[in-house]
Design a protein around this ligand. Structure first.
Ligand code: ZN
Ligand code: ZN
Length: 416
């Protein structure tokens, strides 16, 4: 495919609207702000629209870094063994410097979810670990919400083929493009206004949960009986929120979740995944884990179990939770019935939990807490943050009050 032209099956008017939403709603980019973009090479047509709208919004400088599937695979096939313990630390140091100087960050996802499925899991794990370590200084500025950031998706042909293997490539790309536009609320007369209304609804849900001050959530369903203690002084978030640089942004597009920080030491019971997890090229399916004192002590999967266990060995925090999120089963992404093999979409179809790093913003006065205080209140820390889906129309959730009382939060996957 010629990456420099828009595939005619992707409506260029809608693609430009997606770019406009990314800049105005996703980033809330301010006049004079620089922008760092990362994207798969196939997303070039979207990058060009984003660059146009960023400069129209007054961006100082837009810098884009592309990834390419063939180049990534060439490393796995031909690079010397030592290569897999290395990462481009100089690049990430530069990104961290840009964010320290108040640059915004936009990531375009859309890589082939099965890209690394045939590669050596040990090499994949080593390369991921090296990358996580090198990326940490830049990632911390994002996960601590120092700057406004956003992730959106492009209907990459390799991803579309994975999702719709029975369709010819053009039809698959067209279907994925429409699914992305619908989920991202682009298929309406005024997408920017639709996002304002959606953000108001998510703010209403998180305000209710913050008022209840639950000490734990109890999930029950097929293969699941899990009590997730919530961190001391946790705070629920959802929809647009303000970064520490004072700019209001929507980090994820689409987004349907309200989410908070679990207590790293207070998770008990067992839980089963309700959708497959596509993790950096490997599909992990039918995950079943058991927690004791917040730590995963048993982990199984029908597919990708070796990769799951490697992930859990990343560091001590990889076996504990950093996020719990609520999404109604009737969300547009769930209603589409499509499995995207992409966490950005699939996590918004379902309630989920995340292994690893917590978000410091999910604490009352989170911006002013030190790392030690966050840890003391139950916030987890890790090199990873991996969301996986545990909600469905068969899962009920109760909120447990500090006095032991119970409040119905969700019944059969819907807000009670
Ligand atoms: Zn989430
Ligand atoms: Zn997450």
């Amino acid at each position: 495919m010629d990456a420099t032209t828009v595939k005619t099956v992707i409506d260029p008017v809608k693609l430009e609207k997606l770019a406009e939403v990314a800049v105005k709603v996703g980033l809330g980019l301010e006049r004079g702000q620089d922008l760092v973009v990362t994207a798969p090479i196939a997303a070039l047509p979207l990058v060009r629209f984003i660059t146009k709208h960023a400069y129209m919004a007054g961006a100082g400088l837009v810098s884009t870094f592309y990834s390419d599937e063939e180049a990534t695979l060439a490393r796995y096939r031909y690079a010397p063994d030592e290569s897999f313990d290395r990462a481009s630390d100089w690049l990430y140091e530069g990104m961290a410097k840009a964010y320290a100087g108040n640059a915004a960050r936009l990531a375009i996802s859309g890589d082939n979810p099965m890209m690394l499925a045939g590669e050596d899991p040990a090499k994949v794990a080593r390369a991921n670990k090296a990358n996580s370590i090198a990326y940490k200084p830049a990632l911390e500025k994002i996960s601590n919400f120092d700057i406004n950031w956003n992730i959106i998706s492009y209907p990459n042909p390799a991803w579309a083929r994975q999702m719709f293997p029975d369709l010819p490539e053009d039809a698959a790309v067209a279907r994925l493009a429409e699914a992305i536009f619908t989920a991202s609320r682009i298929n309406v007369a005024d997408p920017v206004a639709a996002w304002a209304e959606h953000n108001a609804n998510l703010h209403k849900r998180s305000a209710w949960l913050n008022g209840e001050r639950f000490s734990a959530l109890h999930f029950t369903g097929p293969g699941t009986d899990l009590t997730v203690g919530l961190a001391d002084g946790h705070e629920w978030h959802g929809g647009a929120s303000m970064a520490k640089n004072g700019i209001t942004c929507n980090p994820n597009i689409p987004t349907e979740e309200v989410f908070t920080t679990p207590h790293a030491l207070r998770v008990e019971g067992h839980v089963s995944s309700t959708k497959p997890l596509s993790h950096q090229g490997t599909l992990i399916d039918d995950i079943q884990v058991r927690f004791e004192g917040g730590r995963i002590v048993e982990a199984k999967a029908s597919k990708g179990e070796a990769v799951l266990n490697k992930v859990l060995e990343t560091d001590e925090g990889a076996r504990r939770l950093g996020e719990v999120a609520l999404v109604p089963h009737s969300s547009p992404i769930s209603a589409s019935g499509i499995l995207f093999y992409n966490t950005l979409f699939d996590e918004n179809a379902s309630c989920h939990i995340a292994l690893g790093q917590c978000y410091s913003k999910c604490f009352l006065n989170g911006a002013s807490l030190s790392q030690e205080q966050i840890k003391a209140q139950g916030g987890n820390s890790s090199l990873i943050h991996i969301d996986w889906m545990i909600g469905s129309d068969k899962v009920d959730i109760d909120g447990i009050l500090p006095n032991g009382g119970r409040v119905a939060v969700m019944r059969k996957g819907e807000w009670a």
